[in-house]
Every structure is written in structure tokens, then in C-alpha cells.
Write a protein of this length. Structure first.
Length: 147
């Protein structure tokens, strides 16, 4: 005969834990706003530093593109394609706004037509970042699935 007790169970000893609740709309919007801000910050940082050379090597461009790829992966893994798209929009807006000619005629992103030796870095930065966001968007969803 098994012995049963009519005493109430301890508050923390109730069965297996409940599965995590689906994030609400407010949490999703909050994540998208944060991803947008991260994209803007990274686009501005990369635009300001992509032409940095160290002993003739394009270290600034490589670091900026590596940070862009890691941001894209982070946002996709964090909350899916919505946050990835928000980060991409923020990145693209920041890069395009900062690529325009300033009031004094200065530009942060040069073009090959301007015959500046580092003009190729501007093309690599603008198109490379867009390409990285696109590649991360088409990675298999199972790579980002929670187990």
C-alpha cells in the first residue's frame, strides 16, 4: 500500500515547468525598435570607419563588415526575420544619409568617379553590407530554431 498525504504541496513543487509563453506584440515591437536602433548605430559607425587603413590593409572595412554580419546574425537569432529587417532598414538609412555630400562638400563614402585611391572601399561597404543582410535572411531557419 502506498502512503498518500493530504497535505498541500509546496508552492514550487508543482509538476514540470510550463512552456515559455509566446512574446506579446509589445515585446516584438520593442525588439524591432531596438534592432532598428542597432542598425542605425552600426551603419553610422561603419560609414565613419570603413576607409581606415592599417599598413595598407583595409582593416576598417573588414571590421565594419564583420560587425554588420554579426549584427545580422544576432537579430535573426534574437527574434526572427522581423528584427533582421528592422536592423537592415536602420543600417541602410544610416549609410545612405551619411553617404550624401555634407554642407562643406565633404563625403564619407567616396565613389570611383572621384578618382580617390580608397574609393573602392565605399562600394564594398555599401553593397557588401546589403549583401550580408541578404545572405543572413536566406540562411536556413532551423539554424536559428530554439531547441
Amino acid at each position: 500500500m502506498s502512503e498518500t498525504s493530504d497535505a498541500p504541496e509546496a508552492p514550487g513543487a508543482a509538476g514540470p515547468p510550463a512552456p515559455p509563453a509566446h512574446p506579446g506584440v509589445g515585446r516584438t515591437v520593442g525588439r524591432m525598435v531596438l534592432a532598428l536602433a542597432l542598425g542605425v548605430a552600426l551603419g553610422a559607425l561603419g560609414t565613419a570607419t570603413h576607409r581606415t587603413l592599417w599598413h595598407g590593409l583595409p582593416v576598417g572595412l573588414l571590421v565594419a563588415l564583420a560587425l554588420t554580419a554579426s549584427t545580422a546574425l544576432l537579430c535573426r537569432a534574437w527574434a526572427g526575420l522581423g528584427t533582421l529587417a528592422a536592423a537592415a532598414v536602420g543600417w541602410l538609412v544610416a549609410v545612405q544619409v551619411l553617404s550624401m555630400q555634407g554642407p562643406g562638400g565633404d563625403v564619407l563614402v567616396t565613389h570611383p568617379a572621384e578618382s580617390i585611391p580608397s574609393a573602392w572601399a565605399g562600394i564594398a561597404w555599401t553593397y557588401g553590407g546589403v549583401l550580408l543582410f541578404g545572405v543572413v535572411a536566406f540562411l536556413p531557419g532551423r539554424w536559428f530554431a530554439r531547441r
